[in-house]
Design a protein around this ligand. Structure first.
Ligand code: KE4
Length: 465
C-alpha cells in the first residue's frame, strides 16, 4: 500500500490507496477454467459478507488486477498453495517478513518450544531482552528499542517521540512513501504551494494532517524549502530509505546523505522507516547498506518472522523519553509477546550467522531473476523499468525513469494487471499492485527462478498482444 492518490475514491473503489482502479468487467482477462479458482471465489463471497471487502487489508482484495483473490491453504519454502490446490511460486511473501521463506525450520522449532510455555504474560520475559540485544547489535543507529505490534504502531510512536523530543508539531514525509495508517500519515498533496497535507481518508481531521508537510521522494531541494518554510516547526523527516510502497524506488545517489545534512542543519530528527527494508537489503538494514545513520528507526516484518512484531528505536537520549523512563506515553498489551519474540530471535540469529551466507544467496537469486525478467520483457517487446535493491524489486510498466511517486503513477496499471493475471495463471503469485515490491527469499532457488521466467515469458507476451 502507499500514500493515497490525489483523487478521492467512491465506495466501490476502496483499493490499495494509490492503486488506480482497474474495472473488473473490462479487463478481467480470460481466466482459465472458472473451476480452477472455484473454491477461492466461493470463500471470497462468504468473506465479503463478514469482512470489509472480504479482507483484513485492502490490497489483498485484488481490486487492481481484475480478479478475486486466491485463498491460501498453506505455504512451504518459496511456494503457497491455494484452497483449490493450485501451487504458486510466491513473491508476496507476506509483503516482506519471510526472508527465509514460509515457516523456516528455525522459526517453526522456536515457536513450538515457546508455545508450549504459554502465549502471553503481560509481564517481562528474557526473550524481549534477547531480541533487543540482536537489534541493537545489528542496527547501527539503535541503542535502545521498544517493541510494538505493527509497522503502523512503530511509525506512529516514533513520530510522537520526535515531537516530544523537539517540542515541534510538524513532520515532513514523501508522497508515495507509506508509514502505516495512523492519522498524521494518511495525507495526500494538498492544494497550494505550502504542500501541507490534506486527509487522504475520510475520518482524518484536517487539523491533524495540516501538520504534515509533503515533499516528492528523491528531491533534496524540496526538503530544504520545506525546512526553510517551516523553520523551527519541523520535528522529523520520515522517509523509507528505499521506497517500497510506490513500487521499489531506490534513493538517488547522495539523497540519504543530503537528508542527514539538512536535518542536522535545522535540528530536525531523521526517521528511517525500515519496516520493509530492515534486514531485507543488509543485516544492518538500509542504514547499514548506505552508511547513513538516522536518529530514530522503525522496524517490522522480518523482525517478527511473520508474527505480529515491530519496533522503534534509536539514540539512547531520545528513547529514554519513552514511558516509563520518560513522559512520552506508548503502551501495548501484546508488545514483546513471547511467540513474536521467539520467531524474531530465530530470524535474526539465522540471518546474522555469517556461515549461512543468507545475503549472498538472496543477491544471487534476485539478480538472476531481474536479468531474466528484463530479457523476457525485451523479447516480448514490452517496455518495463526494473528497479531492485537486493531481494526487493518492482517491474514497472513504462519506459520513463521512475524516481518518485508521480513518475510511478504514470505507469500502465492495465498492463501490470494483464501481466499479474498471466503470472497467476501460470503458477506465480505477485503482489496485486503496480505499486508494491516483490520479495525474494533465500529459498527461491534456481528451479523456482526458472519456473518464474517461463511464466513471465507467457505473461509478457499476453501484455504485448
Ligand atoms: P503494518 O502496520 O502494515 O505492519 O506496517 C505499515 C508499514 C509501515 N512502513 C512501511 C515502510 C511499510 O511498508 C508498511 C506496510 N507495508 C505494506 C506493504 N506495502 C503492508 C501490506 C498491507 O498493507 O497489507
Amino acid at each position: 500500500m502507499s500514500a493515497k492518490s490525489s483523487k478521492s475514491k467512491s465506495a466501490d473503489e476502496t483499493v490499495a490507496p494509490s492503486v488506480a482502479v482497474v474495472k473488473d468487467a473490462s479487463v478481467s482477462g480470460s481466466s482459465p477454467g472458472k473451476d480452477r479458482y472455484a473454491r477461492s471465489a466461493e470463500a471470497f463471497e462468504k468473506a465479503r459478507r463478514l469482512l470489509p471487502g472480504g479482507v483484513n487489508s485492502p490490497v489483498r482484495a485484488y481490486k487492481a488486477v481484475g480478479r478475486t483473490p486466491v485463498f491460501i491453504r498453506e505455504g512451504k519454502g518459496c511456494t503457497v498453495t491455494d484452497i483449490d490446490g493450485n501451487t504458486y511460486i510466491d513473491y508476496v511473501m507476506s509483503y516482506g517478513p519471510l526472508l527465509l521463506g514460509h515457516a523456516p525450520q528455525a522459526v517453526a522449532i522456536a515457536l513450538n518450544k515457546a508455545i508450549a510455555k504459554g502465549t502471553s504474560f503481560g509481564m517481562p520475559t528474557e526473550a524481549e531482552t534477547r531480541l533487543a540485544e540482536l537489534v541493537t547489535q545489528l542496527v547501527p543507529s539503535i541503542e535502545v528499542v521498544r517493541f510494538v505490534n505493527s509497522g503502523t504502531e512503530a511509525a506512529m510512536s516514533a513520530i510522537r517521540l520526535a515531537r516530544a523530543a523537539t517540542g515541534r508539531p510538524k513532520i515532513i514525509k514523501c508522497t508515495g512513501c507509506y508509514h502505516g495508517h495512523s492519522d498524521a500519515l494518511l495525507v495526500q498533496a494538498g492544494s497550494g504551494a505550502t504542500t501541507l497535507g490534506s486527509p487522504s481518508s475520510p475520518g482524518v481531521p484536517e487539523s491533524i494532517t495540516s501538520h504534515t508537510v509533503l515533499v516528492p521522494y528523491n528531491d533534496l531541494q524540496a526538503v530544504a524549502r520545506a525546512m526553510e518554510n517551516f523553520r523551527g516547526q519541523i520535528a522529523c523527516m520520515a522517509v523509507e530509505p528505499i521506497a517500497g510502497n510506490m513500487g521499489c524506488v531506490p534513493p538517488k545517489k547522495g539523497y540519504l546523505e543530503g537528508l542527514r545534512e539538512l536535518c542536522d542543519k535545522h535540528g530536525v530528527l531523521l526517521l528511517f522507516d525500515e519496516v520493509m527494508t530492515g534486514f531485507r537489503v543488509h543485516p544492518g538494514c538500509a542504514q547499514g547498506l548506505y552508511n547513513v545513520k538516522p536518529d530514530i528507526t522503525c522496524l517490522g516484518k522480518i523482525i517478527g518472522g511473520g508474527l505480529p512484531c515491530a519496533a522503534y528505536g534509536g539514540r539512547e537520549d531520545l528513547m529514554r523519553l519513552v514511558a516509563p523512563d520518560g513522559a512520552m506515553y506508548q503502551a501495548g498489551t501484546l508488545s514483546g509477546n513471547p511467540l513474536a519474540m521467539a520467531a524474531g530471535i530465530a530470524m535474526l540469529e539465522a540471518i546474522s550467522d555469517p556461515e549461512a551466507k543468507v545475503y549472498e544467496t538472496l543477491e544471487k537469486h534476485a539478480a538472476t531473476l531481474a536479468v531474466g525478467l528484463k530479457d523476457a520483457a525485451a523479447r516480448a517487446g514490452v517496455a518495463v523499468q526494473l528497479a531492485r535493491v537486493g531481494s526487493m524489486m518492482t517491474v514497472f510498466f513504462g519506459d520513463h525513469p521512475i524516481e518518485n511517486y508521480e513518475q510511478a503513477t504514470q505507469c500502465d496499471t492495465q498492463k501490470f494487471a494483464t501481466f499479474f493475471r498471466g503470472m497467476l495463471d501460470h503458477g506465480v503469485v505477485l503482489p496485486p499492485s503496480q505499486f508494491e515490491a516483490w520479495f525474494v527469499s533465500n529459498v527461491h532457488d534456481a528451479q523456482a527462478i526458472d519456473q518464474t521466467l517461463a511464466a513471465a515469458k507467457t505473461a509478457f507476451e499476453a501484455v504485448a498482444s
